[in-house]
Design a protein around this ligand. Sequence first.
Ligand code: APR
Length: 309
Amino acid sequence: MRPKISVIGAGNVGASLAQCLAVKNIANIVLLDIVEGLPQGKALDLQESAPVSGFNSIITGTNNYEDTAKSDVVIVTSGVVRKPGMSRDDLVKINAGIVADVTRNIVKYSPDCVIIIVTNPVDTMTYLALKTSGFPKNRVVGLSGVLDSARLSSFIAMELDVPMTEVNSYALGEHGQNMVIIARFATVNGQPITNLMSQAAIDKLIERTVNGGAEIVGLLKTGSAFYAPAASAARMAEAIIMDKKEILPCAAYLEGEYSLDDVVIGVPVKLGKDGIEEIVSFKLKEEEFEALKKSSDAVRALINTLGKI
Ligand code: APR
């Protein structure tokens, strides 16, 4: 039987994600939203692209969680994006309500799945989904570093005029202002960027990456980024469905790794059929550890605003 991936939320990220997954031809896809007709219309439109795009995945649009039953992977994109005048705390409260409700439905219909959280603020929402689900910690993972690293790698490629695919980088820590980017981990064909550009140039690219989401919001004016988030979440889902054991930076629950405890934050993980199969230990310098700790304090402060879960 074909694997099954459900995408919760058929908005900008959810719909783009369904398309990214469909063209990979690795699973049947269910697209769910609370708005009637929206997931059905987008699913049918996507299905009709199959003969020309060359995939055989079956795409189903629905408002009913029964259709998501027995999914191998469920990706949560449902939520609101921050609007002018809305505080970060307001956003957390609204999205926490949505993510908790969605998680309970996922558990009911797909008790053995791996959950990927995309909804922001993602580190906090991943923590909430893990605690709400009662799943083991390996089966709840958040999208953070894959996206942030993709942004950084694309900026490096543009700056050095090298092919996008020759650049590799790792963004760790919070998916937000306290992101931790360690320049020596960014390489072009194995060469650290610290050998290829000045510190001032590197600092500029790091700053642009940290503000990568805001840059897109500023341009779009209504809504936030969706192509890169969708492609990044699709890569994570593929690593799980295809049991690729890829090492990717993702938001993961830590219990002592990197000397951090009871918090979700971006670290390198091995992604395979069981979800997070290993938290990979990168050798960090003292100041890098400190940056990660500071980043985790920021996430912890946001988690604390959730109250008792
Ligand atoms: N159940 C299912 N779907 C829901 C629910 C719910 N309880 N609440 C909202 N939705 C749906 C909305 O109807 C909408 O179609 O979630 C979708 C969100 O889509 P967009 O508003 O287009 O937002 P999008 O750009 O896709 O971002 C979604 O991903 O990257 C993050 O920060 C982003 O948290 C945001 C999320």
